[in-house]
Design a binder for this molecule. Sequence first.
Ligand SMILES: [Zn+2]
Length: 162
Amino acid sequence: MGEPRWRLVHPVRQREAMLRGLCQVCARPARTELGFVFLAGPGDYAPHDTVVTACQPPVCPPHAAVAAALCPHLAGDPVVFLAASCPLYGVLGTPYEFDAGELQALPSEGRPVPYGDPRLDWFLASQLARRLRTFTRIDLAEARALGPRARADGLEAPRWAA
Ligand SMILES: [Zn+2]
C-alpha cells in the first residue's frame, strides 16, 4: 500500500475498485451485509441532498475510519453513505473535440458525465462513477460495526446492484 498519493488517482485501480466493489484501501471486497460504504468530504453535499455520485471507490468497514483519518479531503469528519443500490453512472475525465482535422482537449467540467451522453464520443475517462440510488447516512462507528456480506452463494466476487 505505502503512502497515499491523493492527487494521483490511478485510473486502472480506481476503475477496478469501482467496477468490482473493492475497498479503496485494501482492495478486498467491500460489500457489507447492508450494502457499500462510500465516504465524501464534509462539505461535498448538503444534509438533504438526494443526488450523490461517487468517484471514490467504497471502503470496507475496518477501513472507513482509516480512510477518514488519512485523506485530507475527508478532514477526519466525512459524510458516510451506506448504499444498498449504486449502479454505474458514467465517467470523470477530459472531453475532447475533433475540429478541422485536429483533436483538442477541452476543459473538464469536474463532474461525471453520464453514459449515453454524446460528449462521451470524444472523451478520455480517468475515473468511473456510481450513482448512489438507495442510501442512508450513517457515522463512522456504524460503518465500522457493519458485518461482511453473507456469502451463501460461495462467490468471492461482489455483485453490484443495478
Ligand atoms: Zn479495506
